[in-house]
Design a protein around this ligand. Structure first.
Ligand SMILES: [Zn+2]
Length: 137
């Protein structure tokens, strides 16, 4: 993977959160995103810091269905997340999670790998991040 940002300190912002905050609180989401980005900063000369403004390099959204970037989500199951490489596109660097999934973290009923589950299954962040490390998401 080539990272083509021309700077090494990148800002990130969790712009929207899962609709069901009873399953996954905001502080947990922000902490999870920090560790997700750390997967990159461990292997590339990059550092990330969280910002509060609207011009973060990496904007993280929980969204669903058609969300105006040309890659509509497909409801529960199927595609659970996607991310855009850096570049000129308006979504460059952004990461989207399908909010039609029931996101959890270390949920005891997490039994299936992300992408395999049928509708209604919880999506566990730990599993998604493990896929990231393997380069399959
Ligand atoms: Zn998207």
């Amino acid at each position: 993977m080539y990272v083509v940002w021309n700077k090494r300190l990148l800002s990130e912002l969790v712009r929207t959160f899962p609709k069901d905050s009873a399953l996954l609180g905001r502080d947990t989401v922000r902490a999870l995103m920090y560790y997700a980005l750390k997967v990159w900063s461990d292997i590339a000369p990059l550092n990330f810091h969280e910002v509060a403004g609207s011009d973060a390099d990496i904007q993280i959204d929980f969204t669903k269905a058609d969300h105006d970037d040309g890659y509509p989500f497909d409801g529960p199951g199927g595609t659970v997340a996607h991310a855009f490489f850096p570049g000129e596109r308006f979504t460059a660097g952004d990461t989207h999670f399908d909010d039609d999934e029931a996101w959890t973290f270390r949920s005891p009923d997490h039994l299936q790998a992300p992408g395999e589950a049928a509708g209604g299954q919880h999506k566990d962040f730990e599993g998604v991040f493990q896929c990231h490390r393997l380069g399959t998401v």
